[in-house]
Design a protein around this ligand. Structure first.
Ligand code: PA5
Length: 393
């Protein structure tokens, strides 16, 4: 992975601000190292063998896996699943992601569909109290209970939750379901290297590759700090929106994952950069106009992948065309007063994306610390949850 925070950025960065924030490097590193919520820096992976064992059992008796979770308990797995399963030739073990909507038409269709197939469910909720997750799980469990005997049922329910507390952990202890843990010192959106995501991904890709990449990304502290400084200066310069851009359609959920990581980590106390995303070239024909000539509140981060499968169209390598378009857009946006960061990947593999993901965990933390906020909580999310609770419970 290569980060360029200078070529298309320097002309927009005030040097005194860069110096001011760069001087906080040691303080920011210490804040991360001393935080209780830094378990993702050195995650326990002793459960990997169990992941493979349970996965093989599920493949043996089920035709699909339904994953129920929302926010940080959903997006990591969904992002990697979308990136590393084929667009059209769906010959992998089917995974359905549910629990992110309370739409009754969606739920009705899902339940009707599940009545006709052998399936297992993986419920992911660290707190065990998230309403979308618990309602969806309850509905799906009723389908399972109608289908299977009590002895069979235990083989079809897998729960990933807090290691000791919460309603789901109590259920595991009571019913003897398969279970994994999200450690107390790893927050939902930092839980990529826990069973919450790795169990799901073990069905469709080589999770050891993700793990290797993840650990190499953690070594990029210096680069992550430069990125965080750049973001912090951008904010002071009035660039309060970061637009994450990919030229690959199957990055849609990865960009959603990034938005959730930054949105929940940084958006508090009236501070933070609003993360948005675009897929090019599609969105050049919609929001592209605004970026080029509209209100100058945006800076951008472009993902550039060097090696992609070859496809020749009209005598030209299509990926080369895609890269030329990307470079042209960067130049055009810089001319339009939009600062750009470029993140380059050699290839598009679970390893590269594992590396990119832990790198972004570092960026999100360092950015949060430079805003003097806690990047590990999300008190604002609780506000709507309490409003719902007061009306429904
Ligand atoms: O990143 C986070 O911490 C949140 O997005 C949570 O993952 C999300 O709210 C779901 O919470 P839980 O896993 O407790 O159901």
């Amino acid at each position: 992975m290569k980060l360029d925070v200078t070529t298309y950025m320097n002309q927009f960065l005030g040097q005194s601000l860069v110096n001011q924030y760069s001087n906080r490097k040691e303080e920011v590193f210490q804040l991360l190292d001393q935080s209780y919520m830094n378990g993702w820096l050195d995650p326990d992976l002793s459960y990997l063998e169990d992941i493979y064992k349970v996965r093989d059992e599920v493949i043996g008796h089920s035709k699909c896996l339904v994953v129920v979770g929302i926010g940080g308990s959903f997006l990591g797995a969904k992002a990697f699943y979308e990136m590393f399963t084929p667009y059209f030739k769906k010959d992998h073990f089917p995974i359905i992601f549910a629990g992110t909507t309370l739409s009754s038409s969606y739920m009705k269709e899902l339940l009707d569909y599940l009545k006709g197939v052998d399936f297992s469910v993986h419920v992911i909720s660290k707190s065990g109290t998230t309403r979308e997750t618990s309602l969806t799980y309850q509905a799906i469990k009723e389908v399972l209970e109608e289908k299977y005997s009590k002895e069979e049922l235990v083989k079809h329910i897998i729960i990933t939750t807090d290691p000791v507390k919460g309603a789901l952990r109590e259920e595991v202890n009571r019913e003897g379901y398969y279970s994994f843990s999200i450690p107390d010192n790893i927050g939902g959106r930092y839980s990529l290297l826990t069973a919450a995501h790795l169990f799901v991904l073990s069905f469709c890709l080589d999770i050891e590759e993700v793990i290797q990449g993840y650990f190499s990304g953690l070594k990029l502290r210096k680069e992550a700090f430069s990125y965080a400084v750049c973001r912090r200066v951008m904010f002071d310069e009035g660039k309060v929106v970061e637009n994450f851009i990919s030229y690959e359609n199957n990055w849609y959920y990865y960009l959603e994952w990034l938005k959730q990581l930054f949105g929940e980590s940084e958006g508090k106390e009236g501070k933070g950069i609003l993360p948005i995303s675009m897929i090019h070239t599609r969105d050049l024909h919609s929001l592209g106009q605004f970026i080029q000539e509209g209100n100058k509140i945006v800076f951008e981060t472009f993902f550039k992948i060097h090696n992609m499968p070859s496809c020749v169209v009209d005598g030209k390598n299509l990926h080369e065309v895609n890269l030329i378009v990307e470079e042209s857009v960067i130049d055009a946006h810089v001319q339009g007063g939009v600062p750009c960061i470029v993140v380059e990947l050699d290839d598009f593999s679970p390893r590269s994306l594992g590396e990119l993901s832990s790198f972004y965990f570092l960026v999100a933390c360092f950015s949060g610390f430079l805003f003097d906020i806690n990047p590990f909580d999300q008190p604002g999310v609780e506000v709507y949850k309490k409003e719902v609770q007061s009306r429904l419970d």
